[in-house]
Design a protein around this ligand. Structure first.
Ligand code: DC
Length: 228
C-alpha cells in the first residue's frame, strides 16, 4: 500500500475542491469515491430500473466498468467506455445516489473498485467511509464538516457554475436527505473515525483548509520519515 490520505465528510463540506487542490500541490493522486456510486445511479436511470429492484442494481455494479482520468482540474469519468463526466452530476443522479449507495452488496463491490484504484499509489481519497472502512489504516485521516446552510450555499453556487438547474431550496433539501441517509446506512455509514482530525470549514476559505490539510500531511510524513 502506498501513502493514503483519507478525507471523509458530508455533501458540500468541501471535500472535492480541497482534495483536488491538495493532490495537485503535493503530488498525490486524488480519488473521488462518490464517482463510483454516481456511475451506478446513472446506469440505474439509463436502464429505467426502479430503486426497489435491488438484484438488478447489484447486477449493474458487478458488470460496470469505471475509468477515471485524473487531470489537474477535473476528473474525466468513463462508464463502460462513454464519457459521463457531466451526466453523473445531474439533478436526477444526485437525487437517487445515496439510496443506491445504501445497498450493501453494491458497497462491497464498489469498495473493491476503490481499493484497486488506489493500489500501489500515493493517494488522497475522499468519500464517506474512507477512514472507517475502505482504508481503516490510512496514514492521515481527516473529517471535513460545515453547517448545512453553508454546504447548501456552496453546492448551489457550484451547480450554477456547472449549469445544473436546481434551486437553493432543492439543494438544501437534497443535502439534508442525503445526510440522513448517509449517516444511517447499514454498511459504510458516514461516521467520524476515532482517530480522524476534524476540520470545521464553515468559516474557512478553501485555501485555509488546503493549507491545514497539507500541514497535517507534512507532519505525518516527518514522523514516519516517509518521502512522497
Ligand atoms: O461525494 P458525492 O456527493 O459525489 O457522493 C455521492 C453519494 O455517494 C453520497 O450521497 C454518498 C455516497 N458515497 C458513499 O456512500 N460512500 C463514499 N465513499 C462516497 C460516496
Amino acid at each position: 500500500m502506498g501513502f493514503v490520505v483519507g478525507i471523509d465528510g458530508p455533501a458540500g463540506s468541501g471535500k472535492g475542491t480541497v482534495t483536488k487542490r491538495v493532490a495537485n500541490k503535493i503530488g498525490l493522486i486524488n480519488i473521488d469515491t462518490g464517482i463510483t456510486y454516481r456511475c451506478i445511479a446513472l446506469e440505474v436511470l439509463n436502464q429505467n430500473i426502479s430503486l426497489s429492484e435491488t438484484e438488478k442494481i447489484i447486477e449493474i455494479a458487478k458488470r460496470i466498468k469505471i475509468t477515471i482520468d485524473n487531470t489537474p482540474k477535473t476528473d474525466i469519468v468513463f462508464l463502460n467506455g462513454k464519457d459521463v463526466t457531466k451526466d453523473i452530476r445531474s439533478k436526477e443522479v444526485t437525487k437517487i445516489v445515496s439510496q443506491v449507495s445504501s445497498i450493501k452488496e453494491v458497497r462491497f463491490i464498489m469498495v473493491d473498485v476503490q481499493r484497486k484504484l488506489a493500489e500501489g499509489k500515493d493517494v488522497i481519497m475522499e468519500g464517506r467511509d474512507i477512514c472507517t472502512y475502505v482504508f481503516p489504516n490510512a496514514d492521515v485521516k481527516i473529517y471535513l464538516d460545515a453547517s448545512i446552510e453553508e454546504r447548501a450555499k456552496r453546492r448551489y453556487k457550484e451547480n450554477q457554475e456547472k449549469n445544473i438547474d436546481m434551486t437553493y431550496e432543492e439543494v438544501y433539501e437534497n443535502i439534508k436527505k442525503r445526510d440522513e441517509n448517509d449517516k444511517t446506512k447499514e454498511v459504510g455509514a458516514l461516521k467520524i473515525a476515532k482517530d480522524s482530525i476534524i476540520i470545521d470549514t464553515t468559516s474557512l476559505s478553501i485555501d485555509e483548509v488546503v493549507e491545514k490539510i497539507i500541514n497535517i500531511i507534512k507532519q505525518k510524513i516527518e514522523i514516519k520519515g516517509d518521502q512522497l
